[in-house]
Design a protein. Structure first.
Lengths: 197, 69, 479
């Protein structure tokens, strides 16, 4: 080939064609995907927690897409019903994830609603799951001598913090747990308006 | 073999989309074929084998001697 | 000195060829060296970050006192440092060096290309710093925040300007195959990068966009430029032209068409339309065509000359890289099949595959390129041949251990994950020994890079004895 134009046009054509097929057409098809009635937008606190989830890189170990039974044991493991495009309308950026070093979190708010469990798990994952390789996030908490007014105290098993000290969740931890508890996608995604969880 | 079709909102949406994709692919293939034919007729590919020797034109490292192809 | 042979009428006379070569190398010296120096430094930084991330699987409470070193950020910093730092800058350096030689015109405005290298480094420092500080766009391969992306967009534009203007002033009638790949890569990267960074998508549409970009960054940027390097270096060192130039044409256009459609194989089983997934699976399997074309081309070119591998470090690295390209691509095609993907998706198997490609293929070819190009830039020879051998075996051994451990561990992980009767904790626990082995492989690669960087430093500082002839006879003995 000795025409730059051939290479230039060919390169533009192939990548544009791929964009149209892989991104453009699906976007068209999904354009009338609306927010399911049962899925409410993230509250301010949940959105802040979601931003922290992203900033700490949680999506590099946790997925947020439940596959159909034909594809895997997702539902059999209690991770919820198969996910649909409608479930993600409020998600920017998307956090579908590509690894399951940890379990899928699409419905973590359904199977684990306990705030205490989440605080404990974030502070020291191996306190609730000895096999876990998840990093600990002690910087989301403070270990204090004495709780003050308004502090969110975490109930800890003995030995996790030095005797006599108290584990307090920082606002960052509270927001993150708000977000995790909001991860509930077990509603009927095709229910008419007014259908609840 | 698992088909992986999620219980989805797309029942019936396959057909019109499939039509558009096939139409675009067909048009694209025709254009690509025409472009290739045009290029071939203009002699773009006649001395392809010779062009392989371009890499030796800078007088650096061994040059194949004689008419070895 | 071989007698001049003029295989076709466009071939320049030897004295003209020599003077053009000298002019080409002189024009590319500064920018290419800057890209090369930078790439080596990013290789060291990126490998170290990778090793830290890997060790955190075995020691999850290590370096957790601050958000700065949490796994999620270190892993991201590693990816960006090795992909946009080491691989991209080294590949650009090789491309910028090759183009003037292949079009027989000096690099247009070398200062602009040098400025591009400075800008690219600025992008990386700001971008990786941002990621470690927690400021991220949240999309894999696209984490560096939008405002900082503007820096690389400008730098890339400057570099492309310099290269394209050089091509415009060419004295050759034809484009050599490496030139097609370089030109196409320079068209592709800006298009995919700018489009993917536009903040107009959300939800699953954005996921599709994310992986259209991610896979194309691998296929249309890293793979393209790596193949460009291989198509130049193999014939050059052997003194033998590519066996079938027509096959190169097939390989190029098939790669362009099929590779770009692969992206959604990262979302198999996910909440996207089934037809979309099928398109990508089909395209992934069709990749066998361009990969086979390339493999046949290189293999037949090498036939009867495999003995040269012993004497040429360049060839050893490049051929290893090219063979791994075939293996990694075939593995990728297999991984895209639904029956296989059911098992391997979301596991360490995928991580093994990704590293086989970017390290076993692209990085090995880049190492080979360094060993060929740097002597011609600094007019010196690699002072310690033994270090090249250490580099080669530590790198190859490292990636072999890395790949084998994650492939086996990931497969078991996937099979166990499919069995709902197995508690998730067991699935995690079964991977642990393989993750330790992976860290050992990573440490070997890190050691290889330290050896390489040290030797590179000795080389560019022109240490060691005045060279009489190349460290390993690069086939010159034949002439």
């Amino acid at each position: 080939m000795n025409r730059y134009l051939v290479i230039f046009l060919g390169a533009v054509a192939t990548v544009t064609f791929a964009f149209l097929v892989l991104v453009g057409l699906p976007q068209e098809q999904l354009a009338d995907v609306g927010a399911p009635a049962a899925l409410r937008p993230y509250s301010a606190s949940e959105q802040a927690g979601r931003a922290r989830y992203v900033s700490l890189g949680c999506h590099y170990c946790h997925s947020q897409q439940v596959r159909t039974p034909a594809f895997g044991s997702d539902s059999a493991r209690g991770w919820g019903r198969a996910s649909e495009p409608d479930d993600y309308v409020y998600d920017r950026p998307h956090l579908l994830g590509t690894m399951r070093t940890g379990p899928d979190l699409m419905n973590i708010g359904v199977r684990q609603p306990s705030r205490d469990w989440h605080y404990l798990h974030l502070f020291q994952p191996r306190a609730v799951a000895p096999y876990s390789v998840m990093p600990s996030f002690p910087f989301l908490f403070r270990v204090k001598d004495q709780a003050e007014m308004g502090d969110v105290i975490v109930n800890t098993p003995p030995g996790l913090v030095p005797a006599g000290k108290v584990l307090v969740a920082r606002p960052e931890a509270r927001e993150l747990v708000d977000y995790l508890r909001a991860m509930q996608h077990d509603y009927d995604v095709r229910a008419a308006a007014g259908g609840g969880r | 073999m698992p088909r992986g079709t999620a219980p989805s909102n797309f029942s019936g949406a396959m057909s019109p989309i499939a039509f558009y994709i096939l139409a675009i692919c067909l048009v694209g293939a025709i254009i690509a074929g025409a472009a290739f034919a045009w290029a071939a007729l203009r002699g773009e590919f006649t001395d392809a084998a010779q062009a392989a020797f371009l890499v030796f034109d800078d007088d650096d490292a061994p040059r194949p001697s004689g008419p070895s192809r | 000195m071989t007698a001049p042979s003029r295989p076709y009428t466009d071939s320049p006379a030897p004295d003209v060829a020599a003077s053009e070569r000298v002019a080409a190398d002189r024009s590319t010296r500064r920018p290419v060296l800057l890209f090369f120096h930078s790439a080596v430094i990013w290789l060291l930084i990126g490998s170290l970050l990778g090793l830290v991330a890997s060790l955190k699987f075995t020691f999850p409470d290590w370096l957790t006192g601050q958000a700065l070193w949490t796994f999620g950020r270190v892993r991201t910093a590693h990816l960006n440092a090795v992909a946009y730092g080491w691989a991209s800058m080294a590949l650009i350096g090789v491309a910028v060096w090759m183009i003037p030689r292949l079009v027989r015109a000096p690099l247009h405005r070398p200062l602009v290309a040098t400025a591009a290298a400075v800008g690219w480094n600025l992008f990386l420092v700001l971008g990786i710093g941002a990621v470690l500080a927690g400021w991220t766009d949240g999309l894999e391969w696209l984490e560096i925040p939008y405002p900082i992306d503007a820096v690389v967009a400008v730098s890339g534009g400057l570099m492309a300007f310099s290269v394209l203007m050089t091509v415009a002033r060419r004295r050759t009638r034809h484009f050599y195959v490496s030139v097609w790949y370089v030109l196409a890569a320079m068209v592709w990267l800006p298009i995919i990068f700018v489009t993917a960074n536009l903040p107009v998508f959300g939800g699953v549409g954005q996921a599709a966009l994310n992986w259209w970009y991610g896979h194309n960054a691998l296929g249309l940027w890293i793979t393209s430029l790596s193949l460009a390097a291989a198509y130049y270096l193999v014939p050059k060192v052997l003194g033998r032209p590519i066996r079938s130039y027509s096959l190169s044409l097939v390989g190029f256009w098939a790669l362009a068409f099929f590779y770009s459609l692969n992206g959604i194989h990262h979302l198999i089983g996910g909440p996207v339309p089934t037809w979309l997934i099928t398109v990508s699976i089909t395209a992934s399997v069709m990749m066998v065509i361009p990969v086979a074309a390339t493999a046949v081309n290189f293999h037949t070119t090498m036939l009867g000359r495999f003995g040269t591998l012993r004497h040429s470090p360049t060839l050893a690295f490049v051929v290893a890289g090219a063979m791994i390209y075939t293996a990694a691509s075939l593995q990728g095609s297999a991984e895209a099949l639904r029956t296989v993907n059911r098992v391997t998706h979301f596991t360490h198997f995928t991580v093994g595959h990704a590293h086989l490609g970017v390290y076993g293929f692209a990085s090995m070819i880049l190492f080979g390129a360094y060993y060929f190009i740097v002597p011609r830039l600094v007019n010196w020879e690699w002072p310690r041949p033994a270090l090249i051998r250490w580099h080669f075996w530590l790198a190859l051994g490292g990636i072999a251990l890395y790949f084998v451990s994650l492939t086996i561990g990931g497969w078991i992980e996937g099979v166990w994950m499919l069995d709902a009767a197995r508690p998730f904790g067991d699935v995690v626990s079964v991977t642990k020994p393989y993750l330790v082995a992976r860290s050992v492989g990573g440490a070997m690669m890190m050691a290889a890079h330290c050896v390489f960087a040290y030797h590179y430093w000795l080389m560019v500082r022109r240490r060691g004895p005045e060279p009489q002839e190349p460290a390993w006879a690069e086939g010159r003995a034949a002439g």
